[in-house]
Design a protein around this ligand. Sequence first.
Ligand SMILES: [Zn+2]
Length: 233
Amino acid sequence: MGTSATKTDNALLIKQLGDSMLAFEKEFPLSSFQAGGFKQHPSVTLLTCSDSRMPVEIFGSSFNYIFAVENIGNQFRTAEGSVLYGLHHLHTPLMIIAGHTDCGAIKAAESNFLEEPLGIRNELSVVKDSLEKIIHQSGVTVTDNPDLRYTQLSELNVDMQIDLLLANEHVFNLVGDNKLLVIGVMVDLHNIYEEGYGRVYTVNINGETDTDILKSFTGLGMFGEQAKRLTHY
Ligand SMILES: [Zn+2]
């Protein structure tokens, strides 16, 4: 809600929320929940940006299916415990890390954010450090064209999160034993990759960033087919 929000807007919002809750109650999947002993059995651990244009539902109906971790700039280190919980304790065979175009956290990390409240500064510092590390590590020169620049940085940021995740010995071993697949994707909300708005591209699988190799993963369906990157290194 913006500053121009009126009482009527709020009333409508409350009504919509109520309708959503009623729909959840009505459609609650009791039989499958009961069959699973009323426990959680997610198949995917997801680390994605909190951005409201990045709904968890991109990857399916989330109930008892997606263990979702969301923060600004989809940072592993901001939510390390939550991510590791999904992998160590819930044993999801798939880990998806999702970044997107026009990411406010990526833009803010490149700005002077010293006037922000401490909590925001802390999280943006982590994003900034991720970007600095991956630029140094990859040797990539990032373009100055703003649209391309922030998308390129978001893509590199996904790479960095996968590197950080794989630096965890337990996670590294899960991947080595083929018990875990780590997939990095970019959601192109703004047609920066020039194949349409709202398309989802695979940019990284288990630390591999070569799109020719990613496309050769034919057993991964769309993940292999839609491998595409702005940045190659
Ligand atoms: Zn974002």
